[in-house]
Design a protein around this ligand. Sequence first.
Ligand SMILES: *[C@@H]1O[C@H](CO)[C@@H](O)[C@H](O)[C@H]1NC(C)=O
Ligand SMILES: *[C@@H]1O[C@H](CO)[C@@H](O)[C@H](O)[C@H]1NC(C)=O
Length: 269
Amino acid sequence: LCFLSVFLICESHFGAYMPVVIGIVGSVHSKVQDLECQTSPGLYTCTDFDQIPFVASLVVFHTVEEINNSQFLPGIKLGYLMCDACVYGTKALDCVERMLAVNGPPTLLPDYSNFTSPIKALLGERIVYSYCQTPQSLHDSPDKLHFYCTSTNYAMRRSFVLFQTVDLTEAYGQRMAVYAITHAIKKLLKCDDTSCSKDTNFLPWKLISILRNMKFTVDDQTYYFNKDGDFENGYDLIMWKKNGDERILDVVGQYLISNNNVNVYDLMV
Ligand SMILES: *[C@@H]1O[C@H](CO)[C@@H](O)[C@H](O)[C@H]1NC(C)=O
Ligand SMILES: *[C@@H]1O[C@H](CO)[C@@H](O)[C@H](O)[C@H]1NC(C)=O
C-alpha cells in the first residue's frame, strides 16, 4: 500500500468522450519514511496508514459517484483521481504535478492560460505544516543532528477529535466542495434537464469565475461564495493542540457570517 500510495489511481473511467475528473489531494498515510536521511531524488515511501482520513476520502468518492450516477449532469461522466500527500507539503506539490500531467512528466509551459487536463478542479485538505529545523551550527554532533530531525518532525494533522471518529465537519466540507464544483460545471456546460454541452475539454480556470458569486443547495442547506470567491456561510474556529510528537487542529467553534456570531463549543476548550 505504501508504494501504491505514491500515486493512487482509485478509479477512472474514460468513455466515448472525456470524463470530467476531480483531483483529490488527501492524506491516508501520515508520515513519509526516512525523509531526513534522503539526499537524492526518489519516490516517497509513506507509512502510518490512518483509517480516519481514509474513510473521509471515501466520502468524497461517494459524493462524486452519487452525482455521476444521478442525472445532475446529464450525459457527463465524472471521475476522480486521488493522490496521497502523506501530510507532507512537498509530497502534496508532487501530487498536483503528477495529477495534472496524468502520470506523464510535468510540462513546463511559458504560459498556462491554455493549459488543460482531464482534471478540472483539485480538492485539497486542511494541513498546517512546520519545517524540520536545521541545526544552528555545523559543529553539532551527529547525535544532536539526529535529535533535531526526529524531535521536530511535527506534522500538524487534521483533528478528528469529534467522537474520535471521522470529523463530520471535514467530511461534510469535502462533500460540499464536490457539489460546488459540479454546480459550476453544470453552469459552464449549460446543462438542462436532458443534456449538457459535450465540451468536456474546457479550460479549468473557466470554473473560477463561475464559482464566484455562486449560490447552491446541498441537502437542503444553501451555500454561497461572494464576488471574491470567499465562502459566505462561515468558518470553523480552530485551535492548535500538541499531541505527543504532533500538533493537531481542533475545530472548537464556528464563525457564522450571516449573524456575525462566533460560537465556541464549550466542552472542547
Ligand atoms: C459514472 O457513470 C458511468 C455511467 O454513466 C459509469 O460507467 C462510471 O463508472 C461512473 N463513474 C464513477 C466514478 O462513478
Ligand atoms: C490560447 O488559445 C487561444 C484560442 O485558441 C489563442 O487565441 C491564444 O493565443 C492562446 N494563448 C496562448 C498563450 O497560447
